[in-house]
Write a protein that binds this ligand. Structure first.
Ligand SMILES: [Zn+2]
Length: 321
């Protein structure tokens, strides 16, 4: 007898004791994305959550792909879940192969090269992968920013969860500072921030969200007032020589960066100039925004001017050349 046939006949008996109350419309409170691995089944029990409180979204590898996003959007917007947990786990099967190996194997076995799936989402570092999935869910414009997205690794040997924090994110302060720029040509701007400055697109194209070093640059077209800023119009600089705010990129070796970025087409205003505590120069991005690029030259690392209040050791990041 096939497993399905056995399950069907078991169901006929088990359903005799079914509680009709379980057929009520659901009112889940939390969405959980986790792996299809059987060791993650009934994870809600390990979390002390009632079955009915959880929208469980499962796939191989705990991936925030198009389909997981679709479920998260509907779960939070239609069913009213208020928090999102992404639960990866140790010993995941997706750590055991690369996408390329799997594709080769399947191509050899079947002689076919289909269009889908475009990716298997294998990974090598479970925490890093969790961070990537958190970022994809957090940056999606249809998942409301007030819905917390937190990531975890479930240890299959102990049943314990450990939380994964985004790079630079402090456990106590769940906040990330990003920089928003208005662009007349988002695609041109995307090329500059990825191909010249070396950022990575984590979401796009509307808005385009680029991970750059420890922060994010969000690029979008301008536009008229919205109900939350009724007198404000977003536009690119009218006069690129009058500036009131700019991105400041600190680098470990400004001469290397200068040569590299010039070769990739960056428009510097001047070559790097030595100032008291730093060597610096400025770039103009394709929309005319100024970007400072600086290297701190104090041998102790990032300088702290005399007379400023002392800060805790370890809070100033030193860029090792
Ligand atoms: Zn897994």
């Amino acid at each position: 007898m096939s497993i399905i046939d056995a399950a069907l006949s078991a169901n006929a008996t088990i359903a005799d004791g079914f509680d009709p109350a379980r057929g009520q419309p659901p009112a889940p409170k939390i969405a959980i994305v986790t792996c299809a691995d059987p060791r993650l089944s009934n994870i809600e029990r390990m979390l002390g959550l009632a079955e009915g409180d959880v929208d469980m979204i499962r796939n191989f590898g705990t991936v925030i792909d198009d389909d997981a996003v679709r479920s998260l959007v509907l779960s939070t917007r239609l069913l009213g879940t208020r928090e999102i947990m992404i639960i990866n786990h140790t010993d995941c099967g997706m750590l055991r192969f690369t996408d390329g190996e799997m594709e080769d194997r399947l191509r050899k076995a079947t002689g076919q090269t289909p269009l889908a799936p475009a990716r298997f989402y294998s990974f090598t570092d479970v925490e890093e992968n969790t961070r990537e999935q958190m970022q994809k869910a957090r940056s999606h414009p249809w998942i409301a920013p007030e819905v917390p997205v937190r990531g975890f690794v479930y240890d299959v040997k102990t049943g314990r969860l450990s939380e994964v924090f985004a790079d630079g994110e402090q456990p106590a302060e769940r906040m990330v500072v990003t920089h928003f720029i208005v662009s007349d040509d988002v695609e041109r701007s995307r090329r500059f921030y990825t191909e010249v400055l070396g950022g990575t697109v984590v979401f796009g194209p509307e808005p385009t969200n680029i991970a750059l070093a420890n922060s994010f640059i969000i690029i979008n077209v301008g536009g008229g007032p919205t109900d939350d800023k009724p007198t404000v119009t977003l536009e690119t600089p009218r006069d690129p020589d009058r500036v009131s705010s700019f991105v400041n990129i600190r680098v470990a070796d400004i001469h290397a960066v200068y040569a590299e970025w010039i070769a990739r087409g960056a428009q510097f205003l001047t070559p790097p100039k030595q100032h008291e505590y730093e060597i610096r120069c400025y770039i103009r991005d394709p929309d005319g925004y100024i970007i400072e690029v600086g290297q701190t030259t104090n041998p102790q690392g990032d300088w702290w001017p005399a007379g400023w209040p002392p800060i805790e050791p370890g809070r100033v990041r030193t860029l090792a050349p």
